[in-house]
Design a protein around this ligand. Structure first.
Ligand code: IPM
Ligand code: MN
Length: 370
């Protein structure tokens, strides 16, 4: 039996807890059927933590996150906490974890599941078979740059400031993640910035180009301005394999890319850091969808993105590729069998609850993993 794998589960707010509930079934299956042992703790984050402890994420939770092999995150936020001050927003929880754990590379796949090809607002012929990966820088850029703030001017009016900053090292390490990933895919990286108007874009392009020449000449590298990339993603998304870009552009482009698939409820993501002293790589896994407060508590949310986030966790934190693929195949088979949660409901399909979807995945695991 393999050594314990330590996980911290942070369900968060809205539909977070109910979709996370379905992941427990999959974890349980892995333990029963694959002889894996997980050591799991859970904790409050986001609005739930604000209500219970007066802070979106407590220092103890951050320390716990630092001490485990991987964090499985749900989603945070909701109207209840919308009016709170800037430092008290539930979103601070995820930003704090990214910063404190040094999770600088946010991997956001946009994959079209064949049974869902009609769910996209784009034509099936444009998106069928789409499989692209956005690598978004996630601890730098304008999200964290100083100076920042809102100041009052002499004339009584105000001025707000945010700063886009990137160093050579910050660019190089995230580009390396993208090139490494591309080697396991179609060996194509498109680096995205706005070198035509921003110095950070200029440096970004130089550093990525130099790294490519030095270490990754076997991978094809192209460059694209971020505005053009947005347009190209809608026009012909299959031209991309791996996209690497800055924090803010990656935030926008990954939302766009996820909607190409027509199924936000399906997409997982991983945010990974560098190796620490003990050879451990911090990592956090979360669905791309938010906390969807409008449907929370109704038992109708789609649990597949959360389940697929767990699959990503197995692949990237524990090199359990076979098990990850098993989960991904189980999800695809369940969709092919015509089961749908409300968000992806289609003609001639059966609308099912969160729980029935979770149970169906486990039943498929039983068949596939037999
Ligand atoms: C995301 C979210 C976050 C971001 C928010 C919740 C801080 O939109 O993960 O993309 O902007 O990075
Ligand atoms: Mn976002």
């Amino acid at each position: 039996m393999s050594a314990n794998k330590q996980l911290l589960v942070l369900p968060g707010d809205g539909i977070g807890p109910e979709v996370m509930h379905e992941v427990w079934r999959v974890i349980d299956w892995m333990e029963r059927r694959r002889g894996v042992r997980f050591e799991i703790s859970d904790d409050l984050v986001g609005g739930a933590a604000i209500d219970a402890r007066g802070t979106p994420i407590s220092p103890e939770t951050v320390e716990k996150a630092k001490s485990v092999d991987a964090v499985l995150f749900g989603s945070v936020g909701g109207p209840k906490w919308d009016k709170l001050g800037f430092d008290m927003r539930p979103e601070i929880a995820i930003l704090t974890l990214r910063r404190e754990l040094g999770l600088f590379a946010n991997l956001r796949p946009a994959v079209v599941f064949d049974p869902l090809v009609e769910a996209s607002t784009l034509k099936a012929e444009v998106i069928r078979g789409l499989d692209l990966m956005i690598v978004r820088e996630s601890t730098g850029g304008i999200y964290f740059g100083e100076p920042r703030g809102i100041e009052t001017l002499a004339n009584g009016k105000q001025r707000a400031i945010n700063t886009e900053v990137y160093t050579t090292d910050e660019i190089e390490r995230v580009a390396r993640v993208a090139f490494d990933l591309a080697r396991k895919r179609q060996r194509r990286v498109c680096s995205v910035e706005k070198a035509n108007v921003m110095e950070t874009g200029l440096l970004w392009r130089q550093v990525v180009t130099a790294l490519h020449q030095r270490e990754f000449a076997d991978v094809e590298l192209t460059h694209m301005y971020a505005d053009n990339c947005a347009m190209q993603l809608v026009r012909n998304p299959r031209q991309f394999d791996v996209i690497v870009t800055t924090n803010l552009f990656g935030d926008l482009l990954s939302d766009l890319a996820s909607m190409l698939t027509g199924s936000l409820g399906m997409l997982p993501s991983a945010t990974i850091g560098g190796l620490d002293g003990s050879g451990r790589r911090h990592a956090l896994y979360e669905p791309i969808h938010g906390s969807a407060p409008d449907i929370a508590g109704k038992g109708i949310a789609n649990p597949l993105a959360q389940i697929l986030s767990f699959a990503m966790l197995l692949r990237y934190s524990f090199a359990m590729d076979d098990e990850a693929r098993l989960i991904e195949n189980a999800c695809t088979t369940v969709l092919a069998s015509g089961l749908r949660t409300a968000d992806i409901m289609a003609k001639h399909c059966a609308k099912v609850s969160t729980q029935v979807m979770g149970e169906a995945v486990v039943r498929e695991l039983d068949k596939l993993g037999a």
